[in-house]
Design a protein around this ligand. Structure first.
Ligand SMILES: CC(C)(COP(=O)(O)OP(=O)(O)OC[C@H]1O[C@@H](n2cnc3c(N)ncnc32)[C@H](O)[C@@H]1OP(=O)(O)O)[C@@H](O)C(=O)NCCC(=O)NCCS
Length: 185
């Protein structure tokens, strides 16, 4: 699905949050590769499970056509500096939920870009009656966990020793969920 572009200014940084379009594919491939090399908070090391321009063209096409998917980019001076995805599930029993992921180039951290990508995604999900947003986050990623809690995500569980990082230690993954309507029983 597509949403309307938002123009934002935070700490004198002017940026745009909008839906991804086909011509973003090359920049997205490059940005993803760079970000994977800048943080251990994501699943991959730099270059692992690399997505080429053509892969992104396909993802953007599917996300645009699928009413349960949303692919957003954050752009500074026409350069993509961050992106997020809500990925829906085609299986009927899971069609009420989407999985959220977000990343921002390190140089641009702390400018509200991650927060705005999340805010737009949550707003889109709520407006479209999507009942549950799920995500996985490394237990040490305090900034992201704090941000998710601010937008109503709750801790649902812990995957123990889920990742082994470059320091040789194991780390837990926190599973979080946000509900539009809490149904019990
Ligand atoms: C996590 C991430 C998306 C956050 O994006 P960002 O643009 O840097 O974050 P924002 O500027 O929107 O800040 C979000 C919150 O974190 C706070 N924050 C920013 N920098 C911080 C820091 N160094 N330490 C602690 N809190 C910080 C902000 O103050 C804000 O909280 P507030 O609303 O209470 O003020 C980004 O750091 C990133 O891409 N990290 C690597 C990939 C990643 O971890 N993705 C999430 C995987 S689940």
């Amino acid at each position: 699905m597509k949403v309307i572009q938002k123009d934002l200014i935070i700490r004198n940084l002017r940026y745009v949050v909008r839906s991804a379009v086909e011509i973003d594919a090359k920049s997205l491939s490059e940005a993803r590769l760079q970000i994977d090399g800048e943080t251990e908070n994501l699943d991959k090391e730099k270059g692992e499970a690399f997505l080429r321009e053509s892969d992104f063209i396909q993802i953007i096409k599917e996300d645009t056509e699928n009413p349960n998917n949303l692919f957003l980019v954050a752009e500074v001076n026409k350069n993509i500096v961050g992106f997020s995805r809500c990925e829906g599930n085609k299986l009927k029993r899971s069609s009420h939920k989407v999985e959220f992921g977000v990343c921002v180039l390190k140089e641009y951290w702390g400018n509200g870009i991650g927060e705005n990508l999340l805010r737009e995604s949550v707003h889109w999900a709520d407006s479209n009656g999507i009942n549950k947003i799920t995500l996985n986050v490394l237990e040490t990623n305090d900034k992201a966990i704090k941000l998710y809690k601010k937008y109503g995500f709750e801790v649902e569980g812990i995957l123990e020793q889920d990742k082994k990082l470059s320091d040789g230690n194991y780390y837990n993954t926190v599973i979080m969920g946000r509900f539009l309507n809490r149904h019990r029983g």
